[in-house]
Structures are given as C-alpha cells and as structure tokens.
Design a protein around this ligand. Structure first.
Ligand SMILES: Nc1nc2c(ncn2[C@@H]2O[C@H](COP(=O)(O)OP(=O)(O)O)[C@@H](O)[C@H]2O)c(=O)[nH]1
Ligand SMILES: [Mg+2]
Length: 305
C-alpha cells in the first residue's frame, strides 16, 4: 500500500506537481464506483473502514490543512540521483517547500539544478560559491525554511521520502518537537559495513553519555524539527560535525515561557526508518576522517559552544 499517497487531506493541499505524481486510488481497495470527491473524503472512508489504530500504523492520519513541510536537501556532486530524489520527495502528498543547497558541485549537478529551478518556480535552489560541507549547506537551507516543520533529506537515495508522513506525525500530534529516524530499530536496511556500523553505534553511545538522550542512531540523516527549534539553534559545524552538534544543542534546547505555558525542554522522539546504504564505489563520501571529526564534535559541543 502506498502509505504516503493515502495520508493526505484535500487535494488543495497538494502542489500541482505533487498532484500530478500522486498515484490514484488502488483498484480493489477503493472501488472507482465508490467515487471520492477528494483525498480527504477517501481518507475518512479508509479510517471508517479500517479503523483508526490500523490507519495510524500505516501513516494514514489527518494533517492540518495549513501544514507546510520544509525539505532541506544538501547536494554535493549528486548528478546520478538528484532527479530521482526530487521525484520521490515531490511524490509525498504533503504540502512542501523544497530547498536544495548546491555545495559547489563540480560534476554537473549545478547545471541540472539551474534547469530544474527554471522549470519549477516553486523550487528554491541556493548555490554555494565554494564547497563548504553538509553542515554549512544545511545552515543555508535552514535559514530559508518557512514551513512549520523542517526535515533534512540527503540528495542520494539512501533514505525513503515516503516515510515523511510517519516521521512528522509525533510533531503534528504535538508529542514531539524533534524526531530522529533510526536505522537500527527494526526497518528494512541494506546489510553493509560492520566497522562502519560499530563506529556509528560508538558515536551514538558517546553522544548519549553527554546529552543524556537515549538515541539509537545519532548520525541518521532523517532529523525532523519544529522550525522554531532548528532556527533557534546556532550551528557552527561545516561538515559532518553537524550531526553531533545539532544533537547536543537539541538536547539543551528549551522553549521559553509563553503566556500560560511555562518554560519547557525540547521533546525528542525516534522511529525506525529504512536504509538503502550505498557503497564507496556507489558514491558514499563519509569516511574515517569524518568519524574522528564526529568524535571531536561530540566532546566539543558537550563542554563548550
Ligand atoms: N560528502 C559531502 N557531502 C556533502 C557536501 N556538501 C553537501 N553534501 C551532501 O550531504 C549529504 C550527505 O552526504 P553523503 O556523502 O551522502 O554522506 P554519507 O551517505 O553519510 O556518506 C549528501 O546529500 C551530500 O550531497 C560535502 O562537501 N561533502
Ligand atoms: Mg548518504
């Protein structure tokens, strides 16, 4: 079942390109004879038929009409996947603002993005004049974001945008302010490098020891934030130090008292995400040096900055 396509409200919430790429009702599940005037009506029917708990499990739930998800995509030399990742992001039937930050690619990604921006006026593309790293690209993207919720999307195909409705749900339902995906708690994932995963687990453990959070995958790409959280944090790391830095700062983030509401800490949730890891031959960039840099950043941002 296409979870994303069914977790929608009225089609008015979809952009034109979303609407054109969203698959229609599935024969057998939704009979054409039933005829739904809108996706919202179809969703109501599904909830009434299958029951709310089951639908929630599938990521089928009502999203407020005015909700906009800002998708921030840092891209560096991703010409092989940039078209496809954008297609997959657009196919998610939520109202979205897509912000791509090209980190001074040299493989032709820049030209592709220029063309894409020309063809789609709604697509925000920012070009860095020199290569600075994922962290710097994200800083640029976060500054541009205007949606209520902001998600990080890498420009390769390792993560699946169809999971956005599940990922944002804890925030939509006001249980969480920040949601992390996790590749280690039960979803489908490609079996790859042992030492890589061990390093990942060690970095998460060390980060947890300093933050007192019990995350299982600190280095995951899928991090979702209420916009006021991510725009309320000052980020300094230019490269992959972004992950430990943002984690340390989220753990310390406090919402100020507002009206009746007292000051409160940021609430963090975690849920499983699938992972189709690529090999170094397939273009993976992150390496041993980045592991050591992450180690340094965990300590640095725990005690200073
Ligand atoms: N490696 C690398 N990635 C960058 C840079 N700037 C932006 N990115 C993007 O950051 C994301 C994560 O990088 P990636 O190489 O996929 O990391 P990995 O999958 O963890 O090895 C991708 O979307 C990259 O295109 C950069 O300077 N170097
Ligand atoms: Mg990647």
């Amino acid at each position: 079942m296409d979870v994303g396509s069914l977790s929608t409200a009225a089609p008015s919430r979809l952009t034109e390109s979303d609407a054109s790429s969203a698959p229609g009702p599935r024969p057998g599940l939704v009979s054409p004879a039933v005829g739904f005037a809108s996706d919202a009506e179809r969703l109501d029917w599904l909830i009434a038929t299958l029951g709310e708990p089951f639908c929630r499990k599938l990521g089928l739930y009502r999203v407020p009409d005015d909700l906009v998800l800002s998708v921030v995509i840092p891209a560096y030399n991703e010409k092989a996947s940039i078209h496809e990742i954008l297609r997959r992001v657009r196919a998610v039937p939520l109202r979205k603002e897509i912000i791509i930050v090209d980190d001074c690619s040299t493989d032709g990604t820049r030209d592709i993005l220029r063309e894409m921006a020309k063809a789609d006026g709604d697509l925000k593309v920012v070009f860095h004049e020199r290569n600075q790293g994922k962290g710097a690209a994200l800083r640029t993207g976060f500054r541009e974001a205007t949606g209520q919720i902001v998600i990080v999307q890498d420009a390769d195909l390792e993560y699946d945008p169809a999971q956005y409705p599940e990922l944002i749900r804890p925030i939509v339902e006001d249980q969480a302010d920040v949601v992390y995906g996790s590749r280690f708690i039960g979803e489908t994932h490609r079996v790859l490098y042992f030492w890589h995963s061990l390093a990942n687990k060690f970095l998460t453990l060390l980060s947890n020891a300093f933050t007192n959070l019990n995350l299982t995958d600190m280095e995951v790409c899928y991090k979702v934030f209420r916009r006021e959280v991510i725009q309320g944090i000052e980020l300094k790391s230019d490269r992959f130090g972004f992950e430990p830095e943002v984690t340390a700062k989220v753990a310390r983030f406090t919402f100020p008292a507002r009206g009746e509401r007292p000051e409160r800490k940021c609430r963090v949730y975690e849920l499983p995400v699938s992972y189709h890891g690529r090999t170094y031959a397939e273009g993976k960039h992150i390496g041993v040096k980045d592991g050591f840099q992450a180690l340094w950043c965990i300590i640095r941002y725990a005690i200073a900055d």
